[in-house]
Write a protein that binds this ligand. Structure first.
Ligand code: MF3
Ligand code: CO
Ligand code: CO
Length: 280
């Protein structure tokens, strides 16, 4: 049976520091993205911002990952490695950041978002906006006594009702002093099934949503995960804690995300990620 660590109020406030830096890192990236940049340029921005704020990028060296951030373009589902790939008008780009703060207990803040580079196609808008809504709906299912399957079901139902599919091979995860821990948070499932949520549990929700089928393929770089059918894939991620009232989004942003949330077609739900969270 899956286990989950329960964190106390002091630990949550320490974790919140790392999560706030993660949120600020995505805001910074959004200010800089434009066609002509490379994903390696994004890596440099994230690396230097993280170090300048007294943190370390957890991806660098994690199980041999060679860069400080994951950059996943178009049909890349996740774990894209920054390289000289040039971002072009019409691309979609997911940026996944995880600062760890050695000076503040070694807590990890994990968040990602998908950005529009220039003018997106109707298909690109569809998969990105559905992925954004899936995360919102998954978060809305979090409260003490809910089951992990309630989160997965909320996400799967919305993705499939909108002609998209949910990636099965990768999940959200417990987070804290460790980058990845139990429980695995599936983005598909059935209501009432799985681990019961309790106050103080901390985990990520990070649905990977494909426009086509959910099957993956892997590059021989050992990391890059793509859609098998070549369809577009989008993802959003937040780190959350279960509270007495429901949920606190620890990586909530203090402003709308440029290039993602500020576009006229962004479908921002009632839990829009730039709304400051209620006190835990
Ligand atoms: N940040 C990713 C996640 O959401 C994990 C990336 S592992 C890395 O879980 F090694 F690629 F950085
Ligand atoms: Co994660
Ligand atoms: Co992440």
């Amino acid at each position: 049976m899956a286990k989950a660590t329960i964190h106390n109020a002091r630990e949550i406030e320490e974790l919140r520091v790392a999560c706030r830096l993660a949120a600020d890192t995505l805001l910074m990236v959004g200010e800089h993205l434009r066609p002509g940049m490379t994903t390696q340029d994004v890596n440099t921005l994230v690396h230097e911002f993280t170090i300048a704020h007294g943190a370390r990028p957890a991806p660098l060296g994690y199980r041999g990952f060679p860069r400080s951030v994951c950059t996943s373009v178009n049909d890349v589902i996740c774990h894209g490695i920054p390289d000289p790939t040039v971002l072009r008008d019409g691309d979609i780009l997911n940026v996944d950041v995880t600062p760890v703060m050695p000076a503040v207990g070694g807590w990890h803040g994990d968040t990602n978002a998908t950005f529009y580079i220039g003018e997106p196609s109707a298909q690109a808008r569809q998969v990105v906006e559905v992925a954004r809504e899936c995360l919102e709906l998954g978060i809305a299912a979090v409260k003490p006594g809910a089951a992990l399957g309630d989160i997965g079901w909320a996400i799967q139902r919305h993705a499939e009702a909108n002609g998209c599919s949910v990636v099965r091979e990768y999940t959200g995860h417990g987070i804290g002093r460790r980058f990845h821990s139990e429980p695995a948070v599936r983005h598909y499932g059935q209501p009432g099934v799985g681990l019961r949520l309790r106050r103080g549990m901390t985990f990520t929700i990070e649905p990977m949503i494909n426009l086509g089928a959910h099957a993956c393929r892997h590059l021989d770089d050992g990391w890059t995960v793509l859609t098998r059918d070549g369809s577009l894939s989008a993802q959003f991620e937040h780190t959350v804690v279960v509270t007495r009232q429901g949920v606190d989004v620890l990586t909530a942003r203090s402003a709308p995300l440029k290039g993602s949330e500020d576009v006229p077609w962004a479908r921002l739900g009632p839990l829009a990620s730039y709304v400051e969270p209620a006190a835990g």
